[in-house]
Write a protein that binds this ligand. Sequence first.
Ligand SMILES: C=CC1=C(C)c2cc3[nH]c(cc4nc(cc5[nH]c(cc1n2)c(C)c5CCC(=O)O)C(CCC(=O)O)=C4C)c(C)c3C=C
Ligand code: FE2
Ligand code: FE2
Length: 366
Amino acid sequence: MKFVDTPAYRHDVPESLGVLLINLGTPDSTSVPDVRRYLAEFLSDPRVVEMSRALWLPLLHGVILRTRPARSARAYESVWTEDGSPLLAISRRQRDGVAERLSARLGGPVKVALGMRYGNPSVASALAELRAANARRILVFPLYPQYSATTTGSAFDAVTAELRRWRWLPELRFINQYHDDPAYIDALVASIRAHWAEHGEPERLLFSFHGIPKDYFDKGDPYHCLCRKTARLVIESLGLAEDRWGMSFQSRLGSSEWLQPYTETTLKQWGASGVKSVHVLSPGFSADCLETIEEIDEENREYFLEAGGEHYGYIPCLNDAPAHLDLLTELILRHCAGWPGLDAPTEDAEALAERQARARALGAEH
Ligand SMILES: C=CC1=C(C)c2cc3[nH]c(cc4nc(cc5[nH]c(cc1n2)c(C)c5CCC(=O)O)C(CCC(=O)O)=C4C)c(C)c3C=C
Ligand SMILES: [Fe+2]
Ligand SMILES: [Fe+2]
């Protein structure tokens, strides 16, 4: 094992609090080789594709990486912006907004770094930034509200894989999920209400979450239940009747069964059965990306309209909206509570009581 030893933590400069924001990642550009490199890293992750390596790797390198990159590259081209990948551009703004808020709230120095699970900036490079800032306590925050082994679990793997190379480890905390946090639910409800204020209330509201293979759920991945709870809490808070909403899963890959119902099927059925207006949101994504812009805002819009629907609205992710940055900052402060050496960034008793009362009111405490 080759250890990363220098520069090690220093005693002669103040220690800072390190926050590592992790999201999924995106290709460096829309070129086919860059997309292939990204997909190769993504699809080689045993948390993402659990199939035996002996079966999967020949299929991946022999078939999938010869065909899919060109198709994905075309899709990425359709969403690419002046600032590059939407996911990366938004994530950078989230990092900067959270850093600004934390600096204002904390007494001591704080460093917020962004690491992508696949592609760049890597988790290893983000950890190196934190180490250079003398962050001896690090809070790892995967920006996935609903835990899944395929995303949150894999982000954990990326952190621990890099830390295996460090001699002097930081003190670590890890945010596991925030699918039922009152601040998250309230932010989603506010974003829906804001959309309705501008575009009117649709007949139906659809929550579209990224899917996972059904098999992973059967083996114990809690993701499906956490998605349901998010949707239920938002609906209860909106006071929407049962026949006015649905929940579905998008982005299926391959031929095996994934979590159902599929977003595509649901929207086609709704359109065909006479539902005229729909709003769709993807609350499992903390930032808009290929899967929301191209798949939900474009592809699925077509499906619904072609099936007979008349009005289709996409409610954007929380992205870098101030309410979202406030919520991420609150979650970070709460998870750092009690860390010595910092001006304790904990909630006061009043804020804690208020949050617990809100959680009870939402029915989110179990
Ligand atoms: C093959 C299995 C996949 C699983 C399981 C999976 C789970 C999963 N993914 C996200 C979030 C995102 N996925 C994104 C893109 C994307 N996802 C897969 C495959 C699986 N995802 C692929 C191959 C791709 C690449 C694009 C493509 O070729 O279709 C993205 C967007 C990245 C971007 O650059 O914009 C996100 C975000 C979640 C939340 C999740 C399980 C809960
Ligand atoms: Fe995905
Ligand atoms: Fe997709």
